[in-house]
Design a protein around this ligand. Structure first.
Ligand code: ZN
Length: 509
């Protein structure tokens, strides 16, 4: 290769990364506007904010499909930069290609129509849910499904249109593989939940709904977040209606929560969850910001980090061995007469319920199985939108054993479909499955891991996550990462083992 050709390749790569960073800078500006919309924006600013966000989305799209990208990619691919597939450059080229090929296939008309339809459909969903009336949402869901089908056709797919949509949230994953894993999980989960329901030892959940003053909750939540490693010099915790975590870029990761004086779980485990997301964001290599090597792998891997800290650490005995005396001091009125064992059982109560976001660690996954099956049936045409409530209620009864009283507590409970997010739900259970595999591996790799939690030291776990997951950015695809770290492909065995090991002793089984 001549010196000129080498310079040309290097120059093309640098230009490609510069474009990627420009798109990411615009993306983080948009994140900040979203964060402000949820926290401080006065209601009167909604319309102008929608214009600002739409304008930024257009600019990001333009950056991603910049006319120079195809040529730049072609010069980088097949060059020496792409030779070692796990090098920083090769990964950045691979993932930039992936993003470009998808974005360029979507006609601007479809992007705009999806955005417009979804903002109107969200409004319709709010009203339909309020009135528990599916008929009001039905025409919108029909439009959303039609546009999503069209999107899948534009992307193209090997086996099913669902694969094309899932790829937006969990790159390289397929509906066939998810169906297989969920099937195995469901087979073991349903009998476990039934056994727990029939167990003689019951938790006293009423202790969780005693009075927990908000100021003390705020303090305890902040202490827990800091203890597990959230750096408040590079992050914030604010209060909102619908909590989330948002990475604004290096040095600025914001989590949000909501406080309920009559339910300690809502803010405490909400903060643990969002902090798990935040630790991932804070652990991405900051010098690679704006490129795939400085980005998360997928929503499922992101969710594995939040679930790991929320459930595997935050609902475990070692964590509370350290934190319970602190909590009991913070809430003398609510917890003064409660033993650690009673508290542990209460925060780990397993009980089929209607609302996904309030579900426990075990039944939660059945809510996802249901949504996954319904979405797949809708996309394949086996299920018509008008028949969703009936199909939902029937399958819900089979999976969770309880009747759905109304659509508000049934098929109208989640915002995702109104946003146009079809294929998203599976990433929640993928997160639980990945978390179980990572956590089991971390316990093997780090001797005395849980003993360190009991001393209030969470650095050994965070260090392990930084080294094995966070620091790699998007170097490995999700399936590759889980195999590399845990030595086996995605499966349900570690999650089932974790649930049994935790719940059976609590329930006296
Ligand atoms: Zn999450």
């Amino acid at each position: 290769m001549t010196t000129a050709a080498k310079t040309d390749v290097k120059g093309s790569y640098d230009r490609l990364m510069a474009l990627s960073k420009e798109a990411a800078l615009l993306g983080t500006c948009s994140s900040l506007l979203h964060w402000d919309k949820e926290t401080y924006m006065p209601p009167g600013g909604a319309e102008h904010r929608a214009d600002q966000l739409a304008y930024l989305s257009g600019l990001i799209h333009d950056k991603m499909v910049d006319p120079s990208v195809a040529g730049l990619l072609a010069r980088c691919e097949g060059s020496r930069l792409a030779q070692d597939p796990l090098s920083v450059e090769a990964v950045n080229i691979r993932e930039t290609r992936r993003a470009y090929d998808k974005e360029v296939k979507l006609p601007k008309r479809l992007v705009e129509e999806l955005a417009r339809t979804c903002s109107l459909s969200q409004q319709a969903w709010v009203e339909a849910r309020r009135d528990s009336d599916f008929k009001k949402f039905r025409p919108w869901l029909e439009k959303v499904m039609k546009l999503n089908r069209e999107k899948a056709e534009c992307y193209g797919y090997a086996r099913s249109p669902y694969d094309a949509l899932i790829d937006d949230y969990e790159p390289y994953e397929t509906s066939g593989n998810i169906a297989k894993v969920l099937d195995g999980l469901q087979r073991e989960l349903v009998p476990l939940i039934q056994r727990l329901a029939a167990a003689p030892k019951r938790p006293d959940v009423s202790i969780l709904t005693r009075r927990y003053p908000v100021e003390a909750q705020r303090e305890l939540g902040r202490r827990a977040a800091e203890a597990i490693g959230f750096d408040l010099d590079r992050g914030r915790i604010d209060t909102v209606v619908h909590p989330f975590c948002s990475g604004m870029g290096p040095g600025d990761t914001r989590i949000t929560t909501r406080y309920n004086e009559r339910f300690i779980n809502e803010s405490f485990f909400g903060i643990m969850h969002e902090t798990g997301h935040a630790l991932y964001d804070q652990g991405l290599p900051k010098e690679r910001f704006g490129t795939p090597m400085g980005s998360a792998v997928s929503l499922g891997i992101h969710e594995s980090q939040s679930r790991l800290w929320e459930n595997f650490v935050g609902r475990g005995r070692p964590f509370w061995t350290h934190f319970y005396p602190v909590a009991a001091k913070s809430f003398p009125e609510a917890l003064g007469d409660v033993e650690l064992d009673a508290f542990l059982h209460a925060i780990n109560a397993v009980e089929p319920s209607h609302i996904r976001v309030e579900a426990d660690e075990a039944t939660y996954n059945l809510h996802i199985v249901l949504r996954f099956e319904i979405e797949a049936a809708l996309l394949s045409g086996k299920l018509a939108v008008k028949d969703v409530p009936e199909a939902w209620n029937k399958r819900f009864k089979e999976l969770l054993g309880i009747k759905v009283p109304d659509d508000r507590r049934g098929c109208l409970q989640d915002v995702h479909w109104s946003f146009g997010h079809i294929g998203y739900f599976a990433t929640y259970t993928l997160g639980n499955l990945y978390a179980a595999q990572f956590y089991a591996r971390a316990k093997k790799d780090v001797p005395g891991l849980e003993a360190s939690f009991a001393r209030g030291d969470f650095r050994p776990l965070l260090g392990w996550l930084r080294k094995n997951i966070h620091g790699h950015g998007a170097r490995y695809r999700a399936g590759e990462l889980v195999e590399k770290v845990t030595g086996k492909p995605l499966g349900h065995h570690d999650l089932i083992a974790h649930l049994k090991a935790k719940f059976e002793p609590l329930y006296g089984l």
